[in-house]
Ligand binder design. Structure first.
Ligand code: CP3
Length: 343
């Protein structure tokens, strides 16, 4: 078992810097496209043997140091009773648009093993196959709430902010329900065999720091506190979160995910005795090989004094990225980080 990734999460010495990429299983891989050719995205998420196959693809093909469970942050949200659809090229649609206390009352806090047993089965199957650690994940409550309230993705988040500012107690009751669901869901993933747990807060960056502190962070903290009993490292990633970094550090997470908008050296100084994960601009994978290697070298140097560093992109890999470029990045991180360890 290659446990370099787990060691880096815990701030232990490693022989090289481990790397994985957010959204590493997905459409940029022809091997994924082939599987997706015969099933819809939602169906794929509910077929453990296919989830295992696509989870393993980037690990086997590109040499990633960690695997991330193939699923979606909206899977447990659907299990709460919200309708969920994916339309080709449009992203998720949640037609129920949860905006009233009556609508919130109709949502339930599902038993994760019953309602999302296919996820737990995927994890059990993966643990038999994998020689690198397995990351389980969920969406952070605020990000999940935006999808439920808006009914999908949004540009302005008007409805979310309207509910938050005009009916804070209704917004809070939705957040509490999502929080209980998410904690139960992640505890079930831990029981099934996940070795690290990650919370994706993709839309945290739309909030002012004071609103993040009031409307999002307390729920993240509650989940992370509840996960302490598992003993597993927890990663918290707030996308577009540079202005929220000092608050994110108080979330209780062991690892702080960084997008590319912040200098990693500055982030390391502010994060202190916690590992960091990041932070190459996903589009920088398009750079010519030597320039890409220099960019990677810069990030490795910036993170030299980090408590722990897991190399990653600053957000998900773009669907039109040539897989060969991702492979060059993996190789560069491995080579350049072991060289600097020897120096
Ligand atoms: O490899 C991995 O990282 C694991 C799988 C994974 C997916 N979604 C698969 C997926 C993970 C960790 C996610 C998380 C997720 N899902 C997030 C948080 C991370 C982020 O990107 O900010 C969010 C916001 C979602 C919701 C979601 N799912 C959106 C907005 C979309 C459409 C975007 C797009 O790229 O089209 C999805 C669909 C989705 N989730 C795909 C994949 C591989 C594409 C589906 C397809 O095959 O057509």
């Amino acid at each position: 078992m290659n446990d370099t990734f787990l060691k880096a999460c815990r701030g232990e010495k490693t022989d090289y810097t481990p790397i994985w990429m957010m959204r590493q299983a997905g459409r940029y891989l022809p091997e994924y496209q082939k599987v997706r050719g015969s099933v819809s995205f939602l169906e794929l998420c509910k077929r453990p043997e296919l989830c295992v196959e696509v989870t393993l693809q980037p690990v086997d093909l590109l040499g990633m140091d960690a695997a991330i469970l193939f699923s979606d942050i909206l899977i447990p949200i659907e299990a709460m009773g919200a309708a969920l659809e994916f339309h080709e090229g449009h992203g998720p649609i949640l037609p129920d648009r949860i905006r009233s206390s009556e609508a919130i009352d109709r949502l339930n806090v599902p038993d994760p093993d019953e309602a999302t047993g296919f996820v737990m089965e995927t994890i059990r199957l993966l643990r038999r196959e994998l020689k690198v650690p397995l990351i389980g994940f969920a969406g952070a409550p605020f990000t999940c709430a935006t999808y439920l309230i808006e009914g999908g993705s949004s540009k302005t988040f008007w409805e979310t902010k309207k509910l938050m500012y005009t009916q804070p107690e209704v917004f809070g009751s939705l957040m509490e329900k999502i929080t209980r669901t998410t904690l139960g869901y992640l505890l079930a993933q831990a029981r099934a065999g996940a070795q690290t747990l990650m919370l994706f807060d993709s839309w945290a960056g739309i909030l002012a720091p004071c609103d993040f502190e009031r409307f999002a962070l307390p729920y993240v903290r509650e989940i992370i506190t509840g996960l302490q009993q598992t003993g597993l490292p927890v990663i918290y990633f707030a996308n577009n979160g540079a202005t929220l970094l000092d608050l994110s550090v108080t979330s209780g997470a062991d690892v702080i995910g960084l997008d590319w908008r912040i200098n990693i050296g500055d982030a390391v100084r502010r994060v202190g005795r916690k590992a960091v994960q990041g932070n190459l601009d996903p589009f920088a994978l398009l750079l010519p090989r030597e320039e890409l290697r220099r960019r990677i070298q810069g990030i490795l140097e910036g993170a030299r004094d980090a408590f722990g560093h897991i190399f990653n992109l600053g957000h998900g890999i773009h669907q039109f990225t040539p897989p060969e470029q991702a492979r060059i990045a993996v190789e560069a991180v491995h080579e350049l980080s072991s060289r600097s360890a020897a120096a």
